[in-house]
Design a protein around this ligand. Structure first.
Ligand code: JFZ
Length: 440
């Protein structure tokens, strides 16, 4: 009787479950993750034959942006020579993931294959990969995935599904300045289809089967140039993922907002309002995503923390990028920032992880997050003035308890018109931000 009931229920739920969208709760609880751009481009690191690259100055674009606007960029055979030099002897998957974990990050995302088409795993689909093509010969994704599992981080892969500069059928850069590159013209629809079924779909399947990723991050932009990402092709890619790994999340830069799990913002774009769907911003520590030896535009830690708090308060995630060097290590400037963020998170992480936006209006003096259905609010006061009295509009009764999270100093609260007022301590441990818990 029981088994009958179980099988009847099983039959009832099997179909809808298979089609249902995966649960995004872990993603929303996480709020903070690490993004990595690592590949052949990490070797030239923005400079080719002594010349700095041009245009967007993203190191991972060097193949096409060197000698811009010369058509064709770096000849393919010359770029492919980087494979013989790819040998990051300092690479230590455990060290990378420990750095992410210590920073308070709950997930890890890496370029499994960027636009240049080079794969960081032992792909049987294309020999253009780290194991078959380089002296390093190690499966970087296998080592990193194992380290993520060991340390309890979720893991996901960036996969460039549209642009691929290795496969003759992959799409080429869609630049308005160079409508048609005479050296490497855009593929025909037929040629692209050959790439799609011959490399893209089988490689994505391989990633899903080999590594069971918790999420995938695809990359595309612009509509006019994206005739390659038809509804039909995207449908095949999404079904492949749903059928192979039903709980794997998919981002919107795949090329559609339908049938996906979370929205990806433009690079370093921090919206001033949230969305109905889960969402994230990918951001850089300096300017370039891949390691660039002449990129010195490092953002200060307080600015990075503001981005994290801004997005969290609006229901979004922050994926902070590191471009490891050709040695396979993080630059000191990256490590310092990750550890400073980690120090802050070890105190204030409880106001970030697992929170949701508060239902009250965003205060002028800072940001709010909420735990336990607004039974606890966290207030992030930006540029706090010692002893200042501030008002939080919304709650109809003052909280029972209010304290500065870092020191547990008690914060006096009083009823006020439309909410309550509170007074900042005379001694503030952090001149940039005061983080206060309010409990009802
Ligand atoms: C893409 C890549 O071209 C780049 O190399 C990097 O990987 C980044 C994370 O993603 O660049 C984009 C993609 C989309 C936008 C901007 C840059 N966009 O929609 O604003």
């Amino acid at each position: 009787m029981k088994s009958l009931l179980v099988s009847a229920l099983g039959a009832l739920f099997a179909m809808p479950l298979a089609l249902a969208k995966p649960d995004t709760q872990w993603f929303q609880d996480a709020r903070f993750g690490m993004f990595i751009h690592f590949g052949l481009y990490s070797i030239p690191a923005g400079v080719w034959n002594g010349e700095r690259m041009t245009r967007n100055d993203y190191a991972e674009w060097i193949r096409y942006q060197q000698y811009w606007p010369k058509p064709g960029g770096i000849p393919k055979a010359e770029y492919d020579g980087l494979m013989g030099k790819f040998n990051p002897q300092g690479f230590d998957a455990d060290a990378w993931i420990r750095e992410a974990k210590n920073a308070g990050m709950k997930y890890f995302l890496i370029t499994s294959k960027h636009h240049d088409g080079f794969a960081l795993w032992d792909s049987k689909v294309s020999g253009y990969n780290v194991v078959q093509g380089t002296p390093f010969k190690r499966d970087i994704l296998a080592e990193l995935t194992a380290a993520c599992r060991k340390h309890g981080l979720k893991v996901g892969f960036y996969y460039s599904h549209w642009l691929d500069w290795e496969h003759p059928g992959g799409a080429k850069p869609p630049w308005p300045e160079l409508k048609e590159d005479p050296v490497y013209p855009q593929p025909t629809q037929e040629e692209f289809e050959g790439y799609w079924t011959g490399k893209c779909l089988p490689q994505v399947k391989e990633l899903l089967v080999n590594f069971s990723p918790d999420f995938m991050w695809f990359d595309s932009w612009g509509n006019a140039t994206n005739s390659f990402l038809s509804k039909d092709r995207l449908g095949r890619l999404i079904s492949l993922i749903r059928e192979t790994k039903p709980d794997c999340l998919i981002n919107s830069r795949i090329g559609t907002k339908d049938g996906i799990d979370y929205l990806s913002m433009g690079d370093n774009f921090f919206p001033t309002k949230g969305f109905d769907q889960p969402w994230e911003t990918s951001g850089t520590l300096n300017h370039s995503w891949g390691y660039h030896r002449l990129d010195f535009k490092w953002k200060p830690t307080p600015q990075l923390l503001r981005y994290l708090v801004d997005n969290t308060s609006r229901g979004g995630n922050y994926q902070l990028n590191v471009g490891p060097t050709d040695e396979g290590v993080f630059q000191p400037a990256a490590i310092r920032r990750l550890r400073e963020i980690g120090a802050w998170m070890s105190v204030n992480g409880e106001a970030i992880h697992g929170t949701r936006p508060a239902k009250w209006p965003e205060p002028k003096w800072g940001r709010l997050t909420s735990n336990d259905a607004d039974k606890r609010l966290n207030a992030f006061v930006y540029d706090p003035k010692p002893g200042a009295m501030l008002t939080l509009q919304g709650p109809d009764s003052p909280p029972k308890r209010a304290f500065l999270i870092e020191t547990h100093e008690y914060i006096p609260v009083t009823p006020a018109e439309g909410g309550f007022s509170f007074t900042l301590p005379a001694n503030l441990p952090d001149p940039d931000m005061a983080v206060i818990a309010f409990e009802w």
